[in-house]
Design a protein around this ligand. Structure first.
Ligand code: HEC
Length: 124
């Protein structure tokens, strides 16, 4: 019993300090450049493109970057971006946030999605 509690306490501590992201940021950057960069800037001062700037996107509430005109669906999604919500969204954007306006069919590879999450987490 004591051991279980210690394990739980350690797990909680890990979650609190580092949002453990399994992916490989460098591999994620490569996929991002090929599939996302044409619509999304990543620098602190990138202008909005077809899509919103993704600098500091991790931890951001979906649909809240000032100056970008989001769909009503994205604003109402209630999501906050982290490795899990991002993976869910990128797997099938129209299924995850029905009616959102991102013209992207989806990333079938879970490894690609984890790697992109790891890469986006470096943008801060
Ligand atoms: C053809 C352009 C296009 C491509 C390609 C694209 N996006 Fe998007 N993205 C958008 C648009 C437009 C929105 C806003 C959607 C809305 O408001 O409904 C968006 C929204 C997002 C959001 C929500 C941001 C926020 O501020 O809430 C994330 C995260 C995101 N995209 C990540 C990605 C990733 C990662 C890729 C590559 C796998 C990608 N997008 C590919 C156009 C694109």
């Amino acid at each position: 019993m004591a051991r279980i509690l210690i394990t739980l306490a350690l797990a909680a501590g890990t979650l609190a300090t580092s949002p453990a992201i399994a992916g490989d940021a460098k591999a994620g950057q490569t996929v991002f450049k090929a599939k996302c960069a044409m619509c999304h800037g990543v620098a602190a001062n990138s202008p909005a493109g077809i899509g919103p700037r993704l600098f500091k996107v991790m931890g951001r509430k979906a649909g809240t970057l000032p100056g970008f005109t989001y769909s009503a669906a994205m604003k109402a999604s209630g999501l906050t971006w982290n490795a899990d919500t991002l993976s869910l969204y990128l797997a099938n954007p129209q299924k995850a946030v029905r009616g959102n306006r991102m013209p992207f069919a989806g990333l079938p590879s879970a490894a690609d999605r984890d790697n992109i999450a790891a890469y986006l987490a470096t943008l801060r």
